[in-house]
Design a binder for this molecule. Structure first.
Ligand SMILES: [Zn+2]
Ligand SMILES: [Zn+2]
Length: 551
C-alpha cells in the first residue's frame, strides 16, 4: 500500500466532518495515532448516541502502532479511546488535564486498569519509535491544548488541530508564538491545521473582554442567573466564578459533568483560589439575586440540567419570571431544534434568554482568518494540509492558504493516505473508513444492516408475520401478524390488521404447491402482500419480517 519508509498522513476521522478526529502518521514501518474522538448520533441513527471511526484499519496496523497522543480533552479528540481500546491496544499520552478526564471515562467502562496512560507536561517531549514529538501550548476552549511537532528523519510536521490566538485566555498560557516561530525557523514539511472557522473573517475574540461583558450583564440581572456553557470550558467556568464574586452571587454547579471538570481542574491546579460551589439542593435557601448557576445543556440535550429546568422538571432547581439564562456557547449546527425547544420552554416561564446573537457572551475556540494568517507567518510552511472540517471547510482552507502565500496544499479526506515525503505530496491509497455506532456494549457499522434496519423501523414501522404450514405446504392456521409502530390494535386499526391477514392468507393459498415449498419465494410473496395492504391504507411501506414454520 505504502512504502514503509515513506512519511504518510492518514485521517480516519475529522477530515470531511467536524468531530470524531483520528489522524495517523506512518513512517519507518511504525504508526502514530493523534487523537481518537467521537461524534454524536442524530435523526438518521435512531437509538445511537455516540459514533467512532471505523476500526478496520487500526486492526490491520495494531502491532505497528507505537502510541496515541491526545492533543486535548474535548470529546471529538479523546472520547473514542474507551470504545476503540481493544482495537488500538497501545500506550496513551496526554497532558494531566486530558489524562484526568480520560481516567474517569475509562472507569465508567471498567477499563481504568487496562489502558496505560502516560502523562506528558504541556510543552513536554516524547519519543515514540521513529517519531520525536514536542508539545506546544495552544489557546483553545479547554485547558492544556497542545500542538504537536512531529520530527522524523524525512522532516518535521506541525499538527495544530484545535487552537486560537487569545491575548487573554485567562486559564492557561497563550498560544506559544515564540516556540511556534522557532518550529517554523527549523523548517517544517507541512502544517496540518484547524479549518473549523476558515469562513470567519477577523479574529475569534478573547476570553478577557468577554469576562467584563458577562460581569456587566449579570450585574444588571435581578433574579437568578443561569449560564449554560460546555463543562470543559474551564476559563468560562472561572469567568462565571469571578463574575459571581464581583456581583455578590454564589456559584452553583448544576450537572454532573461540571462537577467532574471542576474536580479535575482543581487536581491540575486550576480554579485553585475559588470559593466552594453551592450544591443544587441548597439553592432554594439563597435569595434569588445571590444565585449564579452554571448549567449543562447549552445544546438542548434532553437529559441535561437546562432542559430539565426549562421543562420545570428539575428535582432541585426552578426558574421563573425575572430570572435569566445566558447561553455562553455556540449553537452547534444540527442542534438548533433542540435548543429552540428549550428557549420556548424558558419563554413560557417568562425567563429572559440571552444568546451570542444579542450580546457578547461567547468566543469561539477556533481560529478565524486573521489567526490562520498569523500561524502561516510564524511557521512559513511549504505545504498546508487542512484538518478539522467538512469538505467545504477543507477546500476553502486550501484556497485561503494559497492566497496567503503557501505554495502547496494537499487534501486528504477520511480514509485517504497522503504521502508527505519523499517527493511531491500525493494521495497514494484509500483504506476502509466510515463510522461505527456504539450500540450498547458493541460496535456496529453505521451504514450496515443493523442501523439501516433500525432507521427503517423508526421511519416506517415493522411488521412480523408468522406462517405455519403442514407437510403438504397448506396453511395450518391463520397467519399471525404483529406490527408495532404501524397498527395499535384499536379502532380502525383492527380492520387494517384483519385486512392484512386476509391478504397474506390469500397470497399463500393462491401459490402453487411447488412455490409454497420454496421458503424464499413464500417469504417474498408474503412481504409484498403485507406491504401492499399497509401502503394502500397508511401510505407507509414498513419493514416486514416473515417466519415460516413447517410442521
Ligand atoms: Zn475538535
Ligand atoms: Zn477542541
Amino acid at each position: 500500500m505504502n512504502n514503509p519508509e515513506d512519511l504518510v498522513f492518514l485521517p480516519l476521522g475529522g477530515c470531511g466532518e467536524i468531530g470524531m478526529n483520528l489522524s495517523l502518521y506512518g513512517h519507518d514501518g511504525a504508526w502514530l495515532m493523534v487523537d481518537c474522538g467521537v461524534t454524536f448520533g442524530d435523526d438518521l441513527t435512531p437509538g445511537i448516541v455516540v459514533m467512532v471511526p471505523d476500526p478496520a484499519f487500526l486492526v490491520e496496523i495494531a502491532d505497528k502502532l507505537v502510541g496515541v497522543i491526545v492533543t486535548h480533552a474535548h470529546e471529538d479528540h479523546i472520547g473514542g479511546i474507551p470504545y476503540l481500546w481493544r482495537q488500538m491496544n497501545c500506550p496513551v499520552f496526554a497532558t494531566p488535564f486530558a489524562a484526568g478526564l480520560l481516567r474517569r471515562k475509562l472507569s465508567e467502562t471498567g477499563l481504568e486498569n487496562a489502558v496505560p496512560i502516560n502523562e506528558v507536561k504541556p510543552g513536554g517531549e516524547i519519543s515514540l519509535g521513529p517519531f520525536d514529538v514536542s508539545f506546544v501550548n495552544l489557546a483553545h476552549s479547554v485547558p492544556e491544548t497542545q500542538a504537536l511537532t512531529i520530527k522524523t528523519r524525512l522532516g518535521n510536521i506541525l499538527h495544530a488541530s484545535d487552537w486560537k490566538i487569545d491575548p487573554e485566555p485567562l486559564v492557561g498560557p497563550c498560544t506559544d508564538e515564540s516556540v511556534l516561530r522557532a518550529v517554523g525557523g527549523e523548517g517544517v514539511l507541512a502544517l496540518m491545521c484547524d479549518s473549523t472557522n476558515v469562513f470567519v473573517e477577523g479574529r475569534s475574540g478573547s476570553e478577557g473582554p468577554l469576562r467584563d461583558t458577562l460581569k456587566k450583564i449579570v450585574g444588571d440581572c435581578a433574579g437568578k442567573v443561569a449560564v449554560a456553557c460546555f463543562a470543559s470550558n474551564v476559563a468560562r467556568m472561572e469567568s462565571c466564578i469571578r463574575v459571581a464574586e464581583d456581583t455578590g452571587r454564589r456559584v452553583a454547579l448544576i450537572g454532573r459533568s461540571l462537577w467532574r471538570i471542576a474536580e479535575i481542574s482543581k487536581e491540575c491546579g486550576y480554579l485553585s483560589d475559588c470559593p466552594e460551589f453551592v450544591d443544587a439542593r441548597d439553592i432554594g435557601y439563597l435569595p434569588r439575586e445571590e444565585v449564579l448557576m452554571l448549567v449543562t445543556g447549552s445544546q438542548g440535550e434532553s437529559r441535561a440540567a437546562l432542559s430539565r429546568i426549562a421543562a420545570d422538571d428539575h428535582p432541585d432547581v426552578t426558574m421563573s419570571e425575572g430570572d435569566t439564562v445566558i447561553f455562553s456557547s455556540r449553537e452547534i449546527p444540527g442542534n438548533e431544534r433542540a435548543i429552540g425547544r428549550v428557549k420556548n420552554q424558558l419563554a413560557r416561564l417568562n425567563v429572559n434568554v440571552i444568546t451570542e446573537h444579542e450580546e457578547f457572551v461567547h468566543v469561539s475556540g477556533h481560529p478565524a482568518r486573521a489567526e490562520l494568517q498569523d500561524m502561516y507567518s510564524w511557521i512559513e510552511p511549504p505545504l498546508l494540509v487542512p484538518l478539522h472540517g467538512e469538505s467545504r471547510h477543507l477546500i476553502e482552507h486550501c484556497k485561503f492558504a494559497r492566497e496567503n502565500g503557501i505554495e502547496k496544499t494537499a487534501l486528504a479526506e477520511n480514509g485517504e493516505m497522503l504521502r508527505l515525503a519523499p517527493g511531491e505530496p500525493e494521495v497514494i491509497a484509500q483504506v476502509q473508513s466510515g463510522r461505527y455506532a456504539v450500540d450498547g456494549r458493541r460496535l456496529v457499522p453505521v451504514d450496515g444492516d443493523v442501523v439501516r434496519a433500525r432507521r427503517r423501523m423508526t421511519f416506517s414501522g415493522v411488521a412480523v408475520v408468522t406462517i405455519v404450514l403442514d407437510e403438504d405446504g397448506v396453511l395450518l392456521k391463520n397467519p399471525i401478524l404483529s406490527a408495532p409502530g404501524i397498527v395499535d390494535g384499536v379502532g380502525e386499526d383492527v380492520d387494517l390488521h384483519q385486512e392484512a391477514i386476509l391478504a397474506i392468507t390469500d397470497t399463500v393459498e393462491e401459490m402453487s404447491e411447488r412455490q409454497r415449498f420454496d421458503d424464499d419465494k413464500l417469504e417474498r410473496a408474503v412481504v409484498r402482500a403485507a406491504r401492499q395492504v399497509f401502503h394502500a391504507e397508511t401510505g407507509r411501506r414498513p419493514n416486514v419480517d416473515v417466519h415460516v414454520v413447517r410442521i
